[in-house]
Design a protein around this ligand. Structure first.
Ligand SMILES: [Zn+2]
Length: 133
């Protein structure tokens, strides 16, 4: 499959461009993720790109044992709310040994394959949170 060769390059570009880049208000300093075009705090439209810290902690989590249709093979899996150092809260799947997970567990952002389209060969990636040992 020749199109496979283009995946690593596209993958690197994807990571550089989309990896936890939010926006920061130049006026009041409020940080947003996903990025916003204007600030909800002060109304300013002076926003700049802001690279968020990739480490955070678990605020709350749920371990899923009964998955929706199409995801049955993945149970159990863990989803939660992660708080980054900047105070931004992001929901997402938590990966790693989540048998030891608790509130306050440190996690790190990773990009992982979510699913692969068998017909087109397209691999879909998404942001997940890996438990830091
Ligand atoms: Zn602002």
């Amino acid at each position: 499959m020749p199109q496979r060769k283009s995946v690593p390059l596209a993958w690197r570009r994807f990571q550089a461009r989309y990896r936890l880049v939010g926006s920061k208000c130049k006026n009041c300093g409020k940080i947003y993720f996903p990025p916003k075009v204007f600030c909800k705090e002060c109304g300013s439209k002076e926003m700049e790109e802001y690279k968020l810290n990739e480490e955070g902690k678990v605020l709350t989590y749920t371990i899923i044992h009964a998955a929706p249709s199409g995801f049955e093979h993945r149970v159990p899996y863990c989803v939660g709310i992660i708080e980054l150092k900047e105070g931004v809260k992001i929901t997402g799947e938590i990966v790693g040994d989540f048998s030891k997970i608790k509130i306050g567990t440190k996690v790190k952002a990773v990009f992982r394959k979510i699913f692969e389209d068998g017909k087109s060969g397209i691999i879909h990636y998404g942001l997940k949170w890996k438990i830091v040992e």
